[in-house]
Design a protein around this ligand. Structure first.
Ligand code: NAP
Length: 536
């Protein structure tokens, strides 16, 4: 690795200026007085929301819970306009945070990390960027998000396509004019389910290519009235206490009642009520949905019936409701008029289970059943999740690269540190609750833990903290054990397992034991003088 002669000397370098990077910067610079900078590839703050501006993009967490909780003043002064915020509003919020906490001077924008190497002698990370700049930092903290590296499928002939194509996670900043065009959308995950209804309204024709049918529950988005906002602010302390103490980081707790202990009529009424309320809370309507397949069947059947009620064409309804996995075992989408969209005259579903894509040619997509001429292809095909953005930074630890260390899948301690990579912290890394929780709550927990850990290293006069191989092996085992106690790993094509990216090792990545249990584990490690870490 070549190095610039004059690296910028820092206590800590943070990579990424989304929710995680901004809060970590605030903690270490403003509250601890360390020298810190943030490297960010985009030309502004926002992280995931900077890149994901596809039609229909909207957060699935509710606005009053999808925000920081560390500053009561910030909570009090910020007004959300809708139940679920869109990218523009989240970007306004994060820009407000950057201004309010005077973070901008420490952001190095339009700069991408190309490589990072741990220097044994100085106990420092040497980080090279694409524009020739180099940093030397005691601590390296990745805040790169879990869903930031686009997964563009290697479909034969894409290079021959004469129209335009886009991935939803790299959507052009100024938008794409779809009006009057024939659009193909490949993918029906959370993104595709949000995008299709909005694309259908703009495009002349939309063809949705579905490989795996998916559940979805109505989001029931709405504008927030002043009254609702005032109530949310008045209740903020209680709401935040719930979010910080429960399993999922959302402003509700899981109903302790089991679906299988509930009479069929009452169960149906509860599902109907939850369907009417809408949102991710549907997943929490009974305690046994994600651990008992018979319980799960009751929710799955309810949603399949809803799909068949909504979708008028029986063949399309069959394809949409022919779902091959338990409800919630893949990330459950929520939607605004997704299934209703298939009743439009200008929308068609292609069921790739029946008629797979053969190739793309200059003017469209060829399946085993026929040719679909299109002008624009939208790939809503997801991400190289959780590890993709970490591995592309070419991180070299004491003896090997992170790519080599994780050749068989990610392994770390508490989702935060990898043996052989001292002073490297991964916010919302694999092995932490991250994507199974309300992200900002998980992020705050990680940032605060990392900050206190750095305090400890510095206060004890050390320069280096590194987890042990034994601690890491124990955590990996625990992550597997808690996942295997649920239905989540039973879905073999889930991105939670890395199965959506050809050649990626298949390891269940997020921590499924719950944010409350995870928080406790992290606290205990800290209280026991950072048990499982060595300091030097
Ligand atoms: P995803 O869940 O991985 O879905 C990708 C879709 O593309 C799936 O339907 C997949 O089919 C399909 N696909 C992939 N490769 C394909 C190929 N070669 N041919 C045909 N179809 C292909 O990705 P996503 O929808 O972008 O969502 C990823 C995650 O981002 C979500 O689970 C969620 O955590 C997050 N997200 C959050 C929000 C929010 O909060 N607002 C919104 C969007 C996304 P298979 O299922 O058969 O693989």
């Amino acid at each position: 690795m070549s190095q610039s002669a004059n690296p910028i000397e820092l206590d800590a370098l943070i990579v990424g200026a989304g929710f995680s990077g901004l809060y970590q910067l605030h903690m270490l610079r403003n509250l601890r007085g360390l020298s810190v900078r943030v490297v960010e590839a985009g030309d502004s703050v926002g992280g995931t929301w900077y890149w994901n501006r596809y039609p229909g993009a909207r957060c699935d967490s509710e606005s009053h819970a999808y925000c920081y909780t560390f500053s009561p003043e910030l909570t009090e002064e910020w007004d959300w306009s809708e139940r679920y915020p869109g990218p523009e509003e989240i970007l306004r919020y994060l820009n407000h945070v950057a201004d309010r906490f005077e973070l901008r001077p420490w952001l190095d924008l339009n700069r991408t990390v190309q490589s990072a190497r741990f220097d044994e002698t100085g106990h420092r990370w040497l980080v090279n960027c694409d524009d020739g700049n180099c940093y030397s930092a005691r601590f390296l903290i990745t805040a790169v998000g879990c869903l930031s590296t686009a997964n563009i499928p290697a479909i034969e002939g894409l290079g021959d396509f004469s129209g335009r194509w886009y991935h939803t996670g790299q959507w052009p900043r100024n938008g794409v004019d779809l009006s009057g065009y024939r659009v193909a959308q490949v993918g029906t995950g959370s993104t595709g389910i949000q995008a299709a209804p909005v694309i259908a309204e703009a495009a002349a024709h939309l063809t949705v290519f579905q490989r795996t049918a998916n559940y979805s529950v109505p989001a029931r988005n709405c504008a927030l009235t002043d009254e609702v906002r005032q109530q949310q602010k008045a209740d903020a302390a209680v709401i935040q206490q719930v979010m910080h103490s429960n399993t999922n980081g959302h402003p509700w707790t899981i109903n302790p009642q089991n679906a299988l202990d509930t009479a069929a009529d009452e169960r149906h009424t509860i599902y109907e009520q939850s369907w009417a309320t809408g949102g991710l809370k549907f997943r929490s309507v009974f305690a046994d949905l994600l651990i008992d397949s018979k319980a799960n069947d009751t929710a799955a059947t309810f949603i399949r019936n809803k799909i068949r009620e909504v979708v008028k064409d029986p063949t399309t309804a069959d394809s949409l409701s022919n779902i091959d996995h338990p409800y919630g075992a893949k990330r459950p989408p929520i939607d605004t008029n997704y299934f209703e969209t298939f009743n439009r005259d200008n929308v068609e579903l292609v069921d790739l289970k029946k008629t797979p894509i053969v190739r793309i040619d200059s003017n469209g997509i060829q399946t085993s059943a026929g040719h679909h001429a299109v002008d624009i292809i939208v790939f809503a095909t997801g991400f190289d999740a959780m590890t993709g953005s970490l591995l592309r930074m070419d991180i070299q630890g004491r003896q090997q690269t992170l790519a080599d260390a994780w050749a068989a899948g990610p392994a770390n301690y508490l989702g935060l540190q990898v043996a052989g990579f001292p002073n490297l912290f991964t916010i919302t890394g694999p092995g932490s609750p991250s994507v199974l929780s309300n992200m900002p709550v998980s992020i705050e927990q990680h940032v605060e833990w990392i900050t206190e850990c750095i305090d400890y290293v510095l206060e004890t006069g050390n320069t280096c903290i590194e987890c042990t191989d034994e601690a890491m092996a124990g955590w990996v085992q625990h992550v597997n054990d808690v996942a295997n106690a649920t239905l989540l790993p039973t879905v073999k094509h889930s991105w939670y397992l890395g199965a959506n990216v050809p050649g990626k090792p298949q390891v269940f990545m997020p921590y499924a034991g719950g944010l409350d249990r995870y928080r406790q584990a992290c606290n205990e490690v800290a209280e026991n003088d950072y048990e499982g870490f060595t300091l030097s």
